[in-house]
Design a protein around this ligand. Structure first.
Ligand code: MLT
Length: 411
């Protein structure tokens, strides 16, 4: 028999969202009379913006003619899309990120996982708790952790507990680390990082040599003009940070798949012989070896996000989901529940009422209001006693979910 990667055996339950899906499917089968409203996984519900659809249709036609047909594209992404990203997402915000530092991919989830390929197998990682589970699970798979303990924490990981009493601020690591995962606007808490906070992180990374893996998949939801959208808005970040960005939550590409990662030319790591090595060079080698690029049709759709019509349509989409978020926060606060996030982010993070655990609350919400959310403990031990609701839904479902929850949980 072939030898397996034993690190997989350290993983606990299945991946969080399929696990929730299984429980909901079982409930739905047993109770077919109930209409279930899904506010668990943050999956968009509104259709793609018309400008995107139009560009994709035109690209399909191009693929149908010998003259304009395209086979393999550049692994790094078409120049037209990387230029549009560099101009609109970076130059426009004063960030000196060039198109050749951008790698177009099929999603931030994959990028967050794949980036580990270019780092050593002994790296020590700092991960917030609670956290988007991909960061921790992929480090377990890569062998960067020891076994899990009774509290649900893996050995050899520097957990950065994010707590309500500290306004969900992420503390600096207490011990030296190689990689620091930061996600702002945060999944799952919906909190944002100020310019001062991000500056402190960049300075910390400069002083210690750590690399920040900055996940900004939800930046489009930032409504406060003082909050940076990119880590590269902080001077010096190009020497310490890799950024993950996505069209998924911005333009409704969760099913269409298009994202990008920025690996700046100035960013370096260290080889075991002590030599400084360009991480851009390593990632370029990795990406072009293991990936054949995002389909042309999809990249043309993504490019259309940056047209004037595309920009207006995307702004409308974001405003729509943010209004859902506002309604959720307002509606559930009326129950006296402590609610966080949902202002600069599409997620509402709430304290479960009384002493209810996250999974108990999941069951109560499902069986009483037929609403699905995500148990906070699924994002890590410090998420116990909290719960996440997603604002990605139709207005009708959002309003109905709030009414049902108010009706069943009003004391
Ligand atoms: C979430 O619900 O946390 C996200 O939708 C998951 C993801 O983006 O992979």
């Amino acid at each position: 028999m072939a030898q397996i990667n034993d690190h997989f055996l350290k993983l606990q339950a299945g991946y969080l969202f399929p696990e929730i899906g299984r429980r909901v499917a079982a409930y739905a089968q047993a109770h077919p009379q109930h209409k279930i409203i899904r506010m668990g996984i943050g999956d968009v519900t509104e259709p793609l913006p018309p400008a995107v659809i139009q560009a994709m249709h035109a690209a399909v036609d191009e693929m149908g003619s010998r003259e304009s047909f395209r086979g393999y594209g550049p692994e790094q992404g078409y120049e037209f899309l990387r230029q549009a990203i560099a101009q609109h997402d970076y130059a426009a915000r004063g960030c000196a990120i060039s198109a050749d530092e951008i790698f177009v991919s099929d999603g931030s989830k994959c990028d967050c996982a794949n980036i580990l390929d270019i780092f050593g197998d002994k790296v020590r990682v700092a991960i917030t708790d609670p956290v988007y589970p991909v960061y921790i699970d992929t480090n377990v798979m890569a062998g960067h952790t020891g076994p899990i303990d009774a509290t649900g924490r893996y050995a050899d990981v520097e957990y950065l507990p994010v707590r309500e009493e500290n306004n969900f601020e992420v503390p600096l690591p207490r011990q030296p680390v190689d990689l620091i995962y930061l996600c702002f606007p945060n999944n799952p808490t919906g909190m944002v990082a100020s310019r001062e906070t991000l500056t402190a992180w960049v300075e910390y990374a400069q002083q210690t040599g750590a690399v920040i893996l900055f996940d900004a998949a939800y930046e489009a939801y930032i409504t406060d003009p003082s909050i940076p959208h990119s880590i590269y808005e902080i001077p010096g970040a190009d020497k310490v940070a890799i950024e993950f960005r996505s069209f998924s939550k911005t333009a409704g590409f969760t099913g269409t798949r298009c994202a990008w990662i920025v690996v700046p030319q100035a960013l370096e790591g260290r080889a075991s012989n002590g030599d400084a090595v360009s991480l851009h060079r390593l990632w370029s080698r990795r990406h072009s070896t293991k990936f054949n690029g995002v389909p042309y049709i999809i990249q043309k759709g993504a490019e259309a996000v940056y047209s004037p019509e595309g920009q207006a349509q995307v702004r409308e989409l974001i405003a729509f989901y943010l209004e859902n978020a506002r309604l959720l926060r307002e509606g559930l606060s009326q129950l006296g529940w402590r609610c966080f996030g949902a202002v600069n982010a599409p997620y509402l993070w709430l304290k479960t009422p009384g002493q209810t655990t996250s999974w108990e609350f999941f069951d109560q919400l499902l069986s009483q209001a037929h609403v699905v959310g995500t148990p906070g403990s699924g994002f890590g031990p410090a998420g116990e006693g909290y719960f996440r609701l997603s604002a990605f839904n139709s207005r009708q479902n959002t309003v109905e979910a709030i009414a049902r929850i108010q009706d069943k949980f009003r004391s």
